[in-house]
Design a protein around this ligand. Sequence first.
Ligand code: AHR
Length: 499
Amino acid sequence: HAATVTVDPAFVVGPVRRRTFGTFVEHLGRCVYTGIYEPEHATADADGFRGDVMELTRELGVSTVRYPGGNFVSGYRWEDAVGPVADRPRRLDLAWHSTEPNTFGVDEFMRWAQRSGVEPMMAVNLGTRGIQEALDLLEYCNVPGGSYLADQRRANGAEDPYRIRMWCLGNEMDGPWQIGHKTAEEYARVAAETARAMRMMDPDIELVACGSSSSSMPTFGEWERTVLTETYEHVDYVSAHAYYHEEDGDLTSFLASSVDMDNFVAAVAATADQVRAARKLDKKIHVSFDEWNVWYQQRAESRPPQGDDWPVAPVLLEDRYNVADAVVVGNLLISLLRNTDRVHAASLAQLVNVIAPIMTEPGGRSWKQTIFHPFALTSARAKGDVLRLAVDSPVQETAKFGEVPVLDTVATHDPESGDVVVFAVNRSVTDAVALDVDLRGFPGLRVAEAVTLANPDHTWSATAEDSTSVAPRPNTSAKVADDRARAELPPVSWSMLRL
Ligand code: AHR
């Protein structure tokens, strides 16, 4: 296969947004307990935060972290988990059939976020609760002092307000599995009124209304129309969630998952713009793609405990990712960047242990899954502007998406350093792609860095013992001559060329 790509500095989609590189910490399985928080761990600091996980979080290049859920938030009482730890009640978490010890709460999360250098993104419970409890949490977090809950935060050790900017108005309220699941009309009303009241308290916050839990929801499209018609003036974003996995051995369709993500964003944007036109409003609603990843939902480790078993921090959703999964994650990041004009925030779900790039052993090692690498490299290298490319790629047939290009790619250009970075995925299962990048718009560039993640066995997964033998390697075929960059991209691979 041969594919040609033309890059030109004049064709800018929009800026690379740091918020594209968000992740997610939910009270689910071992994400919090024995994930980011394990007071007994050898690397734990005075607050019980695992130092090894904090280091990996930094290396991953995480910008924002969404918290505390997820399905968990729809039954959560945030006030259970503030104040003296000995007084905090244990509660049943119905979403994941677990016991929540509440030894980690909003104050611990904010200290962890500050120490890890990430921006918090807070979700309020619109499942079992409503406007008042959302206002209470906002008062506790963002009001400087002089009111009951703000003073309670100060008494609990946080003198300065947290000034959390991004707030999610509930989680996946379109899903019948959600505690307090609502029809679009029911959710639209409570979301609009919660948003209006929250802004009365803090006009600087940015609000995310729940969109669809996936593009295959029966209510997809109509849900967004109804919710945005009611909430348009009061919110800034509508959320999108998407999880992909290889089904019935159909690797070719799986490798084309970003086609669904592109279509998802286009459909939500069109719906938001239709409401904008119908309501005769000016502002644009952007997409917060605040849950996305590969997730093998049907595997046993995704099934919560049952019956009388309500464990604390059970092993749940601890998917092991292979090389093909990492290629798809890299490709989904290509899609998020390509849609940077509309997607203004995104969160890989999740950060640690639960469908995660970082894994930990309780009391032991931490290690990187395959999906860690494309995320870390894209976060580190994508800077400046996202460029609109002219791509001439061979196509291949997929059962799920019809004909798709074999090569998927995006490029960024940093006007400050002059760097042009090309991110590229070869979706062919059998053939290499000879990539040929026309750089006449950027005369005189050379190869500064070229790496490829691939393996003859694309089912290879990392373990605690061996997490690096299949990591991105230098791609020695990459060359620039006569203002054209050329590189060989092996089958089922993700690559990054910095020029
Ligand atoms: O990320 C795992 C779960 O997926 C979240 O709790 C929920 O929002 C989604 O269905």
